[in-house]
Design a protein around this ligand. Structure first.
Ligand code: HEC
Ligand SMILES: [Cu+2]
Length: 321
């Protein structure tokens, strides 16, 4: 008798632990906690694209409204970030865990929450839209044209032209930095905007005109230094490591683990850097390739971040690895 009763009590206890406790936790997380919060809490399931991606994949919020986004990873480890310009990166979220962020958007616009960890071959398709609307002017979001991409279009520059591979030229930015004081640098080569719209090869011609007696290899190095003058910050090298290295390789040599899965080969920057204009790179990063598996990052990064990324690609190109 006593044993049976004891058994039954134990069973009830066990049932409570197995069913009741998780139910309470789930009830708290999904029912009570959002209800208690003084602002909206949105639960977002994060799955690799082939398993469904983000759901929901669209979240609408008003300017000035505080919101908590909770990203639950269920299948594999994801990396969650929101851009452009919000500076939100939650880092890795492992299966069974939740990464969350609470913030109050101040600018209307369309933002993107995305995965920045190589979670599957299709991982860069893992994106969702965060729409921030202004309740006072619901007329819609102002579409901003990108001046750099507009200028390329106006000049009929083809963003998708085949890159020209440099032969017999070995630019080295560190050597260039050491020779900088020995040459005459015309003002155009000091201007970041001029450099963005001209290839290093074009820069060399201008530099040669002012320094006819300096050996070409010295001038090549000086150009390499000038085109990669901005030293990379930790934020930018991290941005590259998370979003680009999977295909292009950690040092930009085109040898990342994802390279085997892309339709075209990811470019090795040192091979093509010499003849490439930075604004073409900028546009390619913003807009992506045309059916090549080079993703578009225009909805993730700011113009400034993208320019700094271009500088970083130069830096990788002109630094011995
Ligand atoms: C899924 C793989 C993949 C990822 C991730 C990726 N790329 Fe690419 N990228 C490619 C492929 C493939 C090409 C070549 C085809 C093309 O240009 O469209 C390419 C080409 C480029 C080019 C053009 C080079 C040239 O001179 O033609 C640039 C610039 C570039 N990538 C930058 C980046 C940056 C910066 C990132 C990260 C923010 C990045 N890529 C992430 C696959 C990738
Ligand atoms: Cu992912």
């Amino acid at each position: 008798m006593t044993t049976t009763r004891g058994n039954r009590a134990a069973l009830v206890m066990l049932a409570f632990i197995v069913v009741g406790v998780p139910a309470l936790i789930i009830g708290y997380q999904y029912g009570l906690r959002p209800a208690l919060a003084d602002h909206r809490v949105v639960d977002i399931e994060a799955l690799a694209p082939e398993n469904g991606g983000f759901s929901p994949d669209v979240v609408r919020v008003e300017v000035g409204e505080t919101i908590t986004l909770r990203f639950a990873a269920d299948d594999v480890t994801h990396g969650i970030a929101i851009g452009p310009g919000l500076g939100i990166d939650l880092g890795h979220v492992d299966p069974g865990h939740v990464g969350e962020v609470t913030f109050t958007p101040q600018e209307p616009g369309t933002y993107t929450y995305y995965c920045n960890t190589w979670c599957s071959a299709d991982h860069w398709r893992m994106r969702g839209v965060l729409e921030v609307v202004d309740p006072n002017s619901p007329g819609g979001v102002n579409v901003q044209l990108d001046p750099i991409i507009e200028a390329l279009g106006a000049a009929s520059v083809d963003i998708d032209s085949e890159p020209e591979v440099a032969e017999g030229i070995f630019p080295d930015r560190s050597r260039g930095e050491r020779s900088l004081d020995t040459v005459e640098v015309p003002p155009s080569l000091r201007d970041p905007d001029w450099r963005l719209s001209h290839s290093p090869a074009e820069g060399l011609e201008v530099l040669q005109a002012d320094n006819p007696d300096t050996p070409e290899d010295v001038l090549v190095d000086v150009v390499a230094y000038l085109w990669s003058e901005t030293p990379p910050t930790d934020e930018i090298s991290e941005l590259f490591a998370r979003n680009c290295a999977a295909c292009h390789g950690e040092r930009g040599r085109g040898d990342g683990p994802g390279a085997a899965t892309t339709l075209e080969e990811p470019v090795a920057y040192p091979e093509v850097s010499w003849h490439r204009r930075g604004d073409i790179w900028y546009a390619k990063i913003m807009r992506g390739g045309m059916g090549t598996d080079m993703p578009n990052f225009g909805t993730l990064f700011t113009e400034e971040e993208t320019r700094l990324l271009v500088d970083y690609l130069r830096y990788l190109s002109f630094t011995e690895s």
